[in-house]
Design a binder for this molecule. Structure first.
Ligand SMILES: [Zn+2]
Length: 337
């Protein structure tokens, strides 16, 4: 958003300098989960206190800086602790940049003995432990809603980085990439068995998304989205909540072009307006039936069963069936009961 645009920072810094703020540390969360947050730890010498300043750059108007710059006084004890922790460190710039990650950059600058930068992507590296306490102490002065960023930044320390990565695009070549970079070996083995047993029952590509159903203890919905030429977002609704065997089975199905289109159905329960009649309109992906219900996939990526009949009238129209017309015949039979 503010790429290569230092003027926003210049303006904030100038405004704070006028108020007598001297900057000792700054944290810039750059496109971190889409957020751009600028945080400073300042000394105000005329009051002899430290203050924490934060600005949400996504909601910032430089014509009314005073309305967007939030300032909090820090207790003497905590200020002392932060300064103590940061002056302990041997001063050396550190970088842990990962070109496989989209966005999620954290830039920490300290000004204790000259300017020093610590820049990393998504997670604070394990060997940068000296930043854990200062970051935690500074974030304790920020709104509660920003805790989510800190939790994610500390994910390596809590061994949670897999589950955070799982919610983000990863650099992965869907057709040729080495799956070992993303999946654990035992998952690859189990996923392969699933694929070979034909458990990927539906697989279809719609726009930039592959949508699949994998039969397990229950049907699981897998969505793989091509975010750009290099990055994919992979998601499964099973409880494993990280790169799972269902996902890997679907990747094998994609690589072997084992596509099997979903049934498509249209809801016709309501009175159709003229507009509905002329637009080809909204259809649902359907992957089968459960007694008197259709098993549907919503565009938001959820599975929901829907009653086929309402007051003895069928409320769905099949617009794409398999070669045997099995869904149409099933619905017809049900309607004739
Ligand atoms: Zn799964």
């Amino acid at each position: 958003m503010f790429k290569n645009d230092t003027s926003v920072f210049d303006k904030i810094n100038k405004y704070l300098a006028k108020k007598g703020h001297e900057m000792f540390l700054s944290i810039y969360l750059k496109d971190y989960n889409g957020n751009n947050i600028y945080v400073r730890f300042d000394f105000v010498s005329k009051l002899s206190v430290y203050k924490i300043v934060w600005v949400d750059l996504n909601f910032f108007d430089e014509k009314h800086i005073e309305d967007y710059v939030n300032i909090q006084m820090v207790t003497k004890y905590l200020s002392m602790k932060i300064v103590e922790k940061l002056t302990e460190e041997e001063y050396e710039n550190k970088y842990a940049l990962d070109d496989e990650i989209l966005g999620d950059r954290v830039e920490v600058l300290t000004y204790f003995k000259g300017t020093h930068e610590y820049i990393f992507d998504r997670f604070l590296p394990l060997d940068w432990e000296f930043l854990v306490d200062p970051l935690a102490m500074i974030f304790s002065y920020l709104p509660r809603s920003m805790e989510v960023f800190l939790n994610e930044i500390f994910a390596k320390y809590d061994h949670l980085e897999d589950s955070y990565n799982y919610m983000k695009p990863v650099k992965f070549d869907l057709l040729k990439g080495d799956a070992k970079k993303v999946f654990k070996p035992q998952i690859i083995e189990r996923g392969k068995k699933y694929y070979e047993a034909g458990k990927v029952s539906f697989l279809e590509k719609l726009d930039n998304r592959y949508i699949a159903i994998v039969d397990g203890t229950e049907p699981y919905l897998v969505i793989i989205e091509e975010v750009d030429d290099e990055h994919v977002l992979m998601w499964c609704n099973c409880k494993y909540s990280t790169f799972c065997k269902h996902l890997y089975a679907v990747i094998l199905a994609i690589r072997n072009e084992k596509f099997n289109n979903f049934y498509k159905v249209k809801y016709i329960g309501k009175e159709e307006s003229l507009l509905d009649k002329v637009t080809i309109g909204n259809f649902y992906l359907c992957f089968g039936v459960d007694d008197d219900k259709l098993l549907l996939v919503t565009s938001e990526g959820a599975i929901f069963p829907a009653f086929i009949m309402n007051k003895n009238k069928c409320v769905f129209e099949v617009i794409e069936d398999d070669d045997e017309c099995s869904l149409s015949s099933y619905i017809k039979e049900l309607s004739n009961k």
